[in-house]
Design a protein around this ligand. Sequence first.
Ligand SMILES: Cc1ncc(COP(=O)(O)O)c(C=O)c1O
Length: 399
Amino acid sequence: MDSQELVQHFAEQSHPDELEQFDRASLEELVAKHETPFMVLDLEEVDYQYKSLQAALPGVKLFYALKSLSHPELIKRLKGLGCHFDLATIGEVELVESLGIKGDQCIHTHPIKKDKEIKRALEFGCKRFVVDNFEEMKKFYKYAGQVELIIRVSFRSKQAVVDLSRKFGCSLEELPVLVEMAQSNGIEVVGLSFHVGSQSLSPATQVNAIRSSVAAMKVMNNVKWKFLDIGGSFPVSYQEEVTPIEEFCAPVMEALSELPEHIEVFAEPGRFISAPSMIEVVSVVGKAKRGSRTWYYLDDGVYGGFSGQMFDHASYPIAPLKPFDPLGEFYPSVLAGPTCDSIDVVAEDIELPELEVGDILIGKQMGAYTIASATEFNYYPKPKIVVVEDIFDPTTEAL
Ligand SMILES: Cc1ncc(COP(=O)(O)O)c(C=O)c1O
């Protein structure tokens, strides 16, 4: 083999170290202080993600979608950065209220609400609501003069991992009828919104949705349009690399430049801010050779912190904490959660160095739609969350 072939050969044989961006000593310090399973929320990473997205979407007002991860320390951090908030339930209203956030810094984006949910949001001072159908519009008749409505339009996307426009959003044809219903009942319509789906792998649907929204606003010139809300969807890298955020947002910004200047733009990011801000630390608690593969049983799985594998279609990068030789022996392995259910498998057909009971594994990109949908099936408690300022400098206060 010549030297180029040798480089290629080693690159093919080598197993990448998923934890290379971390300082293993800092992670070991955390492991020494906290019993597994636990998650680590890195507030410095929250800052970084928020600022990166804001830089990629200059002038766009960001409303963090609490549903992806609603830890109070993350919310307080975002509040300090000037972020606004996207709420969907009474629980979320009460959480932000308890943290000193004001109603006018929030929008209520759930297209389907009970009357008591509308009332509670209004009591809090949040008067901007999303509506996407005729029945919902009727619920607002009695609140005419007190609310500002944003109408959500559906734009289906094959490029989004989670296709939210399948479930919510009116058609462009229904839009003028909804506007007319509102206006003839004295209700102010102020904006349009859409969510092209979570973990969108291309900005194309968002760009198309912006163009269609701009065109619809121009046609319906009897409305005093104030806002266009472009939803969430901004992607993060799990097993596969995704388009960097500045590149993803460049065509979005270009499409937004077609909006009349007085119209303010909102976005509702969840995943992009929360996913990279949390890792999970788990231990191997059992090991069995079954057929050609070694099964490692972990102290958390898909019923706990890895729940996003079921509900969010995510597959998290996961790697052993102990250092390994990337050119050493790797074996076909399975990582399974602790519950008695056979669906509780975190990674199948994964190649790993030999692990032992007691070894630690780290799951990355685990902030969004993970602990938020975790259960306590089998009476396994959910992993606790350890908050650190910066993962390289753990203050390790468990909150
Ligand atoms: C109404 C609404 N806004 C925002 C979000 C957050 O989306 P993402 O996590 O893709 O940024 C969601 C996700 O389900 C949503 O339903």
